[in-house]
Write a protein that binds this ligand. Structure first.
Ligand code: ADP
Ligand code: F6P
Length: 334
């Protein structure tokens, strides 16, 4: 069970706002619900900003009640909608965003999103002194400073469920399948999906893979009597990696089917794990704002919820895959 920080001297903020930004992730609704209900319980008015930073700039800021977030904990996506906002990269635009919030009497902002969204929040706060706090919501689990992010567990479960289905048809037809999963340049989804789905090969963006070594693995399996194979492929910088590999395998006499799981991994009912994480992080984000400890992201490290300053996330250190899990993935898939 997660352990929440015990924060003292919570001052009363009159009103706070919450938005979701960047790619959506299952569990974001549970986080919004926690922010709204925990905020109201602590005497705040809570506003919902529609469509991330774009909606903020357009003044799409609406009061929320406890009932506004009823019946959403089980829903994927984000009821506040989300966006990627090019204009927010400009300093003058961020200054305008702070004016908009202040004109509404809002004193603090909870940003649910990934490290890009936190980079925007960090600049907003350092340039305008408007208090912000981040809640990590991304299926990629690629944010430095937190062991887990909202949506990752659901995405991995979705991908494993798909692999179970693909394995049925792969073994019926004695086929090789390349199953491509999301995660951009991070291999967290691929590694956990590969281990949990019992993949024969896991191709991660952190490592280079030669086509000949993939062929060797297929051959080794065939010698042991394996007539079908699941190869999990991390998308890397852009989707389509599995198609490139398929073309190379075909040239070497190994025909394979490609299944790109794509955005199916971003939707659906959040798992119990993600609902718990989102509830704990959303509530703790409000506590940090009220304790005057803004300027960072709510994180989980070794089961404890804590705050990591934006400056640490922004150091651009890539969050590394756990070496022992990498080793396990290699041994179990061979
Ligand atoms: P994520 O938050 O999931 O990492 P993005 O990287 O797409 O997603 O960022 C979401 C939004 O956050 C961007 O569209 C932009 O509005 C804002 N943002 C990202 N990086 C910066 C930055 N360096 N400066 C200002 N705003 C940023
Ligand atoms: O960051 C989350 C994520 O789903 C990545 O895994 C993926 O590469 C990207 O977003 C896809 O973005 P879009 O929804 O813009 O296609």
């Amino acid at each position: 069970m997660l352990e929440l920080p015990k924060l003292k001297n919570l001052k009363k903020m009159k009103s706070i706002a919450v938005l979701t930004s960047g790619g959506d992730a299952p569990g974001m609704n549970a986080a919004i619900r926690a922010v709204v209900r925990y905020g109201i319980a602590h005497g705040c008015d809570v506003y919902g900003v529609t469509k991330g930073y774009s909606g903020l700039l357009e003044g799409e800021i609406h009061p929320m009640q406890a009932s506004s977030v009823a019946n959403i904990i089980q829903r994927g996506g984000t009821i506040l909608k989300t966006d990627r906002c090019e204009a927010f990269f400009q300093k003058s635009v961020r200054r305008e965003a702070a004016h908009i919030l202040r004109r509404k009497g809002i004193e603090g902002l909870v940003v649910i999103g990934g490290d890009g969204s936190f980079a925007g929040a960090a600049k907003l706060e350092s340039e305008t002194r408007f208090p912000t706090i981040g809640v990590p919501g991304t299926i990629d689990n690629d944010i430095y400073g937190t062991d887990d992010t909202i949506g990752f567990d659901t995405a991995v479960n979705t991908a494993i469920d798909s692999i179970d289905r693909i394995r049925d048809t792969a073994s019926s037809h004695d086929r090789i399948f390349l199953v491509e999963v999301m995660g951009r340049s991070s291999g967290f989804i691929a590694l956990e999906t590969g281990i949990g789905g019992g993949a024969e090969t896991i191709l991660l963006p952190e490592h280079s893979h030669s086509i000949s070594s993939i062929c060797e693995t297929i051959e080794r399996g065939a010698k042991r009597g394996k007539s079908s194979s699941i190869i999990v492929v991390a998308e890397g910088e852009k989707p389509g990696k599995s198609q490139e590999i398929e073309a190379e395998l075909a040239k070497r006499g190994y025909p394979a089917k490609v299944c790109i799981l794509g955005h199916t991994q971003r939707g659906g009912t959040p798992t119990a794990h993600d609902r718990m994480l989102a509830s704990a992080m959303g509530a703790t984000a409000v506590s940090y704002l009220l304790a005057g400890q803004s300027g960072g992201m709510v994180a989980v490290q070794k089961g404890k919820i804590l705050r990591v300053p934006y400056s640490q996330i922004a150091k651009k250190v890539k969050k590394a895959l756990t070496p022992s899990m990498l080793e396990l993935g290699k041994i179990l898939s061979s």
